[in-house]
Design a protein around this ligand. Sequence first.
Ligand SMILES: [Zn+2]
Length: 176
Amino acid sequence: MKQFFVTLVVFALLLCSSTAPAEKIKNLKKMEKQQPSNPYYSRTDTAKLNLPDAVWKKVLSPEVYATARQKKTELSFTGKFWDYTGKGTYYCAACGNALFRSDAKFASTCGWPSFFEVVRKGSVTYLPDRSYGMVRNEVLCGRCGAHLGHLFDDGPPPTGKRFCMNSVVLDFVPDK
Ligand SMILES: [Zn+2]
């Protein structure tokens, strides 16, 4: 009976609160789900990983795999981080490599999370991408080679760069 009341109170609290916290809970749950049993995921190990897609397919969720290994671009304004303003660090969702600090994130109108600089030199690598009749710089994780997004030259100062990322391959850890 007591448990029933606790559940009722929790439910009532959830109902009373604005949609923002409920949304936050949903997002956090989504973030937890993002990591199935992945033995290659580490936020401290920076040793390069050179694994075939068949291995990644087993350890990544289908959503992360589709972007990280098959270069799928998520629809703009749909990812969980495009307008997220929490303070913390963004890591590669495939391997845990540190990529961006929230201080380098800026409000971009493109609908994807955008940053003007990486957390350290070598966090990412670049490849010319000539798909869709455009010449773009593809951005890959410097540790595992996951596709993260693209780099453009229309970002804000001080770098003028815009790292246009897919939320699904980012893993956010808030500052303590
Ligand atoms: Zn990675």
